[in-house]
Unconditional design. Structure first.
Length: 152
């Protein structure tokens, strides 16, 4: 019924879904010292990667590909737990700027440990050339999706 090309593309899509689900599961199982879910971990990780820089909520949303409701929930939870500061933007009163609190910064090593462990598992026996190729392909796919979403 399906051509080999379509079958292969469907399998790649399934593989991406399985990887995403496994990533969320790994994060959930391994952030014992954090009282957050796998849904908040990307936001916390993004802010940690920014290294003490104030970042707009919209910048994080766009970088992570979250919809507005998802980023709002994640930020609210992290704020309520004391992991981040949230201040209204001076120019746009509807926007928020985010930064890590001291409590959020204190988990920097824990977040790095979790992400490093998962990376070691995922990229085992994969060469740097293969990782570079995968990065280029996924970047193109993400850009295609972004273009599609922008056209709607």
């Amino acid at each position: 019924m399906f051509s080999d090309e379509i079958r292969q593309k469907k399998q790649i899509g399934r593989s991406l879904c399985v990887l995403m689900k496994a990533t969320k599961s790994f994060i959930h199982e391994n952030h014992i010292n954090l009282d957050i879910s796998s849904g908040q971990m990307p936001v916390l990780s993004f802010l940690i990667d920014e290294n003490d820089v104030v970042v707009s909520q919209e910048t994080i949303r766009a970088a992570l590909g979250f919809d507005k409701a998802t980023i709002t929930r994640a930020v609210k939870t992290l704020y309520d737990l004391g992991y981040l500061n949230k201040e209204r933007d001076r120019k746009d009163k509807r926007a928020f700027n985010l930064s890590l609190t001291d409590k959020g910064k204190s988990f920097k090593l824990e977040v790095f440990r979790i992400m490093k462990s998962w990376s070691d598992i995922m990229y085992k026996d994969i060469s740097q050339d293969e990782i570079d190729s995968l990065d280029k392909i996924l970047s193109k796919m993400l850009q295609n999706v972004k273009n599609y979403q922008d056209e709607r």
